[in-house]
Design a protein around this ligand. Structure first.
Ligand SMILES: [Zn+2]
Length: 123
């Protein structure tokens, strides 16, 4: 499903939040969209909203299902993810690069091993 910042912003407002909860959205075609400003706390990870930056990769759910988790990100998304994380890592050298599921064990997103990805792509 090709959605982006606008749709997510609407969903999150419908939940009564103050607009999109993520700081960045990476669309299926690799385009990077800005969500919430970095000066604002996110609304994406319970217990860590105030000390983390939330990047949302669009996808991760098998087509035709509502919630079957799958690692289906596109090549362009991986490229964009790498460049934005490298940029943020330069700005915040002590930041840990983790997935939502690393902090909220009941979650599976983003449906790949973020620490392993970071070890191979960042640093
Ligand atoms: Zn999540």
């Amino acid at each position: 499903m090709d959605i982006g910042r606008q749709e997510i912003d609407r969903w999150h407002r419908e939940r009564g939040w103050n607009g999109i909860g993520y700081h960045y959205v990476i669309r299926r075609d690799g385009r990077l969209e800005n969500g919430r400003s970095l000066e604002e706390a996110g609304a994406h990870c319970k217990g860590h909203n105030k000390d983390s930056i939330g990047i949302c990769l669009v996808g991760g759910i098998q087509d035709g299902t509502k919630e079957k988790a799958v690692n289906d990100y596109t090549g362009k998304q991986w490229e964009t993810l790498k460049s934005i994380v490298l940029e943020l890592k330069a700005k915040y050298p002590n930041a840990r690069i983790v997935g939502h599921c690393d902090y909220e064990p009941k979650k599976t997103c983003p449906n790949f091993d973020v620490k392993e990805w970071a070890k191979n792509n960042i640093n």
